[in-house]
Design a protein around this ligand. Structure first.
Ligand SMILES: C[S@@+](CC[C@H](N)C(=O)[O-])C[C@H]1O[C@@H](n2cnc3c(N)ncnc32)[C@H](O)[C@@H]1O
Length: 233
C-alpha cells in the first residue's frame, strides 16, 4: 500500500477498524438516529430502483456492491434479505469487520448467506465489468479516502453501474477538508477527507452521475454529511 501526503491512509483504516471493530459496531448500534438515517437512505435507494419493500417486486436479480460495509448490520443484512436482490458483494478493508459480518450472515441463515460474497480488499484495488451493477452503496466509507482517491473511486463506480438504471447511494462529509488524521476516534486513529458539498456534486456530475436526491444531515458533534443518490446517465 502506497504512502501519500497523509501517510498510508489505507493502513490507518485497516489497523484502526481491525483493532476497534467491536467498539465501532457498539457505537453505531447505540445511536438509533444514525441507524435510522442509513435505513431511510436505503429505502430511498430501493424506491429509485423500483423495488420498495411492500410493493410487488417487478424487478428481480439486482446486483449490489457495498463499499466499506463494516460489520454489515443493519444494511448488508437488509440487502441480503431483500427478495429483489440477487447478490451483494460486501467489501471492506478490515478483516475484523468482515468476520463480524460473516457471523451475522450465518445467524441470518442460508438464503442471506448464499447471496453475499465477502471481499476483503482496498476498495480501490478491484474492478468490475463496465455497466454490470444495479447499485453501489458507500456508507461513511469513501470519506476515508484522500480527495483525489474519492474522484478516482467515483469514476470507477460510474463505469460499473448500468447506464440509465444503475444508482449510487453514498455519503460524503459536507465540509471541505484536504485530509485529517484524528488520533482518537473511538480510541483509534482515523483519516478523513472531503471535497465539500459543491465540489462533490461537481465530481458526481463529471463522472456521468445524475444526482436524483441530495440532503445535508447533521449528526453527532461537528459531523455533517452530504447524502446523495445518483443515477448513471
Ligand atoms: C465508518 S465505517 C462505516 C461502516 C458501515 N458502512 C456503516 O455504515 O457503519 C468505515 C468502513 O470503511 C472501511 N474502509 C475504510 N477504508 C477502506 C478502503 N480503502 N477500502 C475498503 N473499506 C474501507 C473500514 O474498514 C470501515 O469498516
Amino acid at each position: 500500500m502506497a504512502s501519500g501526503k497523509f501517510g498510508n491512509v489505507k493502513h490507518i483504516s485497516t489497523e484502526g477498524y481491525n483493532d476497534h471493530a467491536q467498539s465501532y459496531h457498539d457505537w453505531t448500534q447505540s445511536r438509533p438516529e444514525g441507524l435510522e438515517i442509513r435505513q431511510n437512505m436505503v429505502s430511498k435507494l430501493l424506491d429509485e430502483l423500483g423495488v420498495s419493500e411492500g410493493a410487488s417486486d417487478k424487478i428481480h436479480g439486482l446486483r449490489v456492491l457495498e463499499l466499506g460495509c463494516g460489520a454489515g448490520d443493519p444494511i448488508t443484512l437488509r440487502l441480503a434479505a431483500h427478495p429483489a436482490v440477487a447478490s451483494v458483494v460486501a467489501n471492506d478493508i478490515s478483516s475484523s469487520m468482515l468476520a463480524m459480518l460473516q457471523t451475522s450472515l450465518t445467524t441470518a441463515g442460508k438464503t442471506s448467506e448464499d447471496k453475499v460474497e465477502i471481499l476483503e480488499e482496498d476498495m480501490m484495488a478491484f474492478d468490475f465489468e463496465p455497466g454490470t451493477l444495479d447499485a453501489v452503496i458507500g456508507l461513511y466509507s469513501l470519506i476515508h479516502l484522500e480527495q483525489d482517491q474519492q474522484v478516482e473511486m467515483v469514476a470507477k463506480i460510474s463505469r460499473w453501474l448500468k447506464p440509465g438504471t444503475g444508482h449510487l447511494l453514498c455519503c460524503f462529509a459536507s465540509a471541505e477538508s484536504l485530509g485529517k488524521v484524528n488520533d482518537n476516534f473511538l480510541g483509534m486513529r482515523a483519516f478523513w477527507s472531503s471535497l465539500g458539498t459543491t465540489k462533490t456534486l461537481e465530481m458526481l456530475k463529471a463522472a456521468g452521475l445524475e444526482v436524483v436526491y441530495q440532503d445535508v444531515i447533521h449528526e453527532h458533534g461537528d459531523a455533517e454529511f452530504l447524502w446523495v443518490i445518483a443515477r448513471k446517465a
